[in-house]
Ligand binder design. Sequence first.
Ligand code: PMP
Length: 360
Amino acid sequence: MTTYNFCAGPAMLPTAVMQQAQQEFINWQGQGCSVMELSHRSKVFMQLAAQAEQDLRDLLAIPDNYKVLFMHGGGRGQFSAVPLNLLHSGKTAEYIVSGAWSLAAVEEAKKFGAVREHDIRQKTAAQLRSMVASSDWQIHEDAAYVHCCPNETVDGLEFTDLPQTQVPIVADMSSTILSRPIDIARYGVIYAGAQKNIGPSGLTLVIVREDLLPAKDAAIPAILDYRLAAENDSMFNTPPTYAWYLAGLVFKWLKQQGGLAAMAQRNQRKAETLYRYIDESDFYRNDVDPAYRSWMNVPFFLADEQLNDSFVKQAEQQGLLALKGHRMVGGMRASLYNAMPQEGVEALVSFMKDFAKVNG
Ligand code: PMP
């Protein structure tokens, strides 16, 4: 039976990547040992690391005045790292709150400096969950940066329009990076935990404009210091080498798939397939304003919540894994990251139809 894993993260990785990793697990490129047993300072690993960075730069068309950092600590590590690196005394940072993760980010930032919180969550007239358009965010032009989360993994809300501002935009792209092309030059910092669209957990990507690097010898914990990471090619301390290797395989795979324009087409089609069926059905519903529906994370509810457990159990029996919704939202959630093929979404819709027929 083919299984499809709809987990929000750690998430499904491309089968071809997993197979390659399996093949070279014990003996990587004739080295006589696994890639995870190599020194991060060995020539062969440094080559691998540089190649992965180059492939990422190609995929995202990252301009030369941006550093790419391979760090530790996940998305939450960056919730601390961002204010520690960018929020200098006497300055204020703007935090846009559009859901659970951006709320967690502002709570963390408050420990380190002055923040202004903008809760942009709102409901439409039809009581759908929505947000204030970026053109109406009240950003103070003297702010150190404006932090936002373009795709809220838990809530299932995504926005692509950025505000017109000279203030550096810092974006938590943990659950949307590499799902479509973006204009890097519009951002000051982009960060993402790897465990959704990049590779396994343990690795965190940071893309930072050079002029935003902190001052030398700033009082920042060394492993969160962007300047130290940049000056040491992300090898100030031992990086998560195996995750870096796997991310490199994923970047190659993305290039083979036609890059991010091709991924965007596929991701849009997958999301449309699922939302269309949900909207047509009386048995299921999604409560997000269509203008902000996420391509990556689709929360939905059954008309009868008492059927939730049997839905999840029967889906698992059909090889459709990890559909239980986040505890804060309830219901179901299907995460459709890059590695999820269209067939996985079709299989889910087909199961949902059968389940509705029997239980509706
Ligand atoms: N930001 C977003 C948007 C996320 O989805 C997550 C994790 N699901 C995090 C931050 C936290 O990431 P981590 O668990 O890697 O700290």
